[in-house]
Design a binder for this molecule. Structure first.
Ligand code: TXA
Ligand code: MG
Length: 541
């Protein structure tokens, strides 16, 4: 197939070319087009046959759905079955731009686009050339990244030409992509909005609009073997260059030391700009350590450069996972197939604190500093999942009416019975705690072995004995008035219920007084001050 090349950096001066590319797409052809994130390989989203050709050109697995690109908000109504207010609010703030939103789909969208799912991913790109081409085509465009499946997404027209020449009808040169990593993907089709892929629109920015946002496990972790991917794209080996990439944990000095001690094992270093003197190895850089948007801009290009240079083994440094850094880590860890290197073991921290003291805030900050959070409440839900041995035993003790019709645990009913008296409470503990403790221990030790700090976040850290696993225990404190006002506004419970909750924690709070360290988190404590306190504790001061 002959591929036509167009240069359209400013669509207002290229009216004829825009119309030509629009016509190619409307008639069922394929065109690679620039966007502000990465280049996309577009086809008419309403034409199942045209969309089918995208999968063939990319060698993409059929069960991985595509994003539908629009130029005007009203097009959403022709694509999505339900358009919640949250969608409108997100669009007002972040569209056009690097954000994709998943909604329940209409039948207008063929199964080739949604890969058989009942939902559809929608994005309004801000690149003027992309918007002009969508309008010229007169239809929304389904477009994955314009690379051969499994290779880094293309961020320049040269990358696209390398992968797609001869395979598609047209390639449009719109210059280098501004962001350089793919859009943020969030689904509004779940009960709580869930981040499936991090990008230039950050979790913090999404929370400003949506309040609560869950971050999918697969964002920073390899998917468990038998897990179902919320986003099918997560299960494939992704963004991988031919070279074997490894991430060396630690700051730049630990990184340099590791390279010195393991001389000869790597042939290239992947570094931040200005750090070339850290090692004698030849290096490729990907942006500045303190500017994640320069990292996104460079990362995929840097990975392709390493391949062109013939690198076999590459040792990389990981950026922070905060803000846009989460998107960079998501791509870099996948490029490295989650291979981490370290000579050092992580610490296991245990965090306790009264309800409303702000343990979660402290844990979120620790997670931003690279720690793995082992959330005992979440694990308690996992070990009592439908069909689990623990749930079966609870039903034997407390009666089958603690189960819903679907066989799941009805937490309210269990709580009503288990907290009715001391004896029942002890029964509950004797069944659930051993399973929770075992799982917490396994996860924390696995993280520490990989060189990461692990944080056990448990409301009953000391009472349950989990503190004995920890290298360091920390209690988060705030005055009673602050705690009370936090839980009243957060949990929507009465003052009486809140006070009852405090009462249930008396024992834990007494034990927590023996914690190794304290983090003060009163009403006037700033994020900076919390971070300072955490850093002091981690550095052992
Ligand atoms: O920045 C971008 O989003 C680029 C440009 C071209 O717009 N496109 C892009 O598309 O990255 P692609 O196909 O490489 O990635 C789309 C991701 C995949 O991980 C896919 O599994 C997920 O979005 N996805 C699409 N539809 C979905 C759906 N209905 N439910 C869950 N995940 C979905
Ligand atoms: Mg892709």
């Amino acid at each position: 197939m002959e591929t036509k090349f167009y240069e359209i950096k400013d669509p207002s001066t290229r009216v004829k070319e825009i119309a030509e590319v629009g016509a190619i797409l409307r008639k069922g052809g394929l065109a690679a087009i620039p966007t502000e994130t990465v280049y996309g390989l577009a086809a008419n989203a309403f034409d199942g046959e045209a969309v089918g050709k995208i999968f063939a050109a990319k060698g993409r697995p059929q069960d991985n759905p595509l994003i539908v690109h629009i130029a005007d908000f009203d097009e959403v109504y022709g694509i999505a079955r339900e358009v919640p207010d949250e969608m409108k609010k997100l669009a007002e703030k972040y569209w056009p731009g690097p954000l994709t939103v998943i909604l329940p789909k209409k039948d207008t969208i063929p199964h080739e686009v949604s890969a058989g799912l009942d939902t559809v991913a929608i994005r309004m790109p801000s690149h003027p050339t992309a918007a002009a081409i969508i309008r010229a085509a007169g239809v929304p465009l389904a477009a994955p990244s314009a690379n051969i499946s499994g290779f880094p997404s293309p961020t320049s027209v040269q990358h696209v030409a390398d992968d797609m020449t001869g395979r598609i009808d047209a390639i449009v040169d719109g210059g280098d992509c501004e962001f350089g990593i793919e859009s943020t993907v969030i689904t509004l089709a779940s009960s709580v909005p869930r981040l499936l892929r991090p990008g230039a629109v950050t979790v913090e920015q999404l929370k400003e609009v949506l309040g609560e946002v869950e971050v999918d496990e697969a964002v920073l972790n390899p998917l468990a073997k038998d897990a179902v991917a919320a986003s099918p794209g997560m299960k494939y080996k992704h963004y991988s260059p031919r070279a074997q990439v490894y991430i060396v944990r630690g700051d730049k000095y630990e990184y340099a030391q590791y390279l010195k001690d393991h001389k000869g094992e790597a042939d290239y270093a992947l570094l931040f700009e200005g750090e070339e003197e850290l090692t004698e190895l030849p290096s490729v850089t990907f942006g500045r350590e303190d500017e994640p948007l320069t990292q996104t801009h460079r990362l995929f290009d840097a990975l392709r450069e390493l391949d062109e240079a013939g690198a076999k083994t590459v040792y990389a440094r990981s950026p922070s996972t905060e803000g846009v850094g989460l998107g960079v880590c998501n791509r870099l860890y996948r490029a490295a197939a989650f291979r981490f290197l370290t000579d050092k073991k992580g610490k296991i921290l245990g965090i306790s604190g009264a309800s409303g003291a702000g343990k979660s805030t402290v844990c979120e900050l620790l997670a931003g500093m690279g720690a793995v959070i082992v959330d005992a409440d979440k694990i308690a839900r996992e070990v009592t999942a439908k069909g689990s041995p623990v749930l079966t035993e609870l039903a034997e003790i407390f009666g089958a009416d603690i189960l819903t019709e679907a066989g799941e645990l009805d937490r309210r009913k269990l709580a009503a019975k288990a907290f009715a008296n001391k004896e029942n409470n002890e029964k509950l503990i004797s069944v659930t705690h051993p399973a929770i403790i075992r799982t917490c221990e396994n996860r924390a030790r696995a993280a520490a072995d990989e060189g990461k700090n692990a944080v056990i976040d448990a409301p009953l850290l000391f009472t349950s004995g989990l503190d004995k696993l920890c290298d360091l225990t920390v209690r988060v404190t705030a005055d009673r008035e602050t705690r009370l006002s936090r839980i009243l506004s957060r949990d929507g419970i009465t003052e009486e219920e809140a006070l009852k909750r405090f009462g249930a924690q008396t024992e834990e709070m007494k034990l927590a007084e023996n914690a190794d360290a304290e983090i003060r988190n009163g009403a006037n404590e700033s994020t900076e001050s919390l971070k300072r306190q955490i850093e002091e504790i981690l550095s052992g001061k």
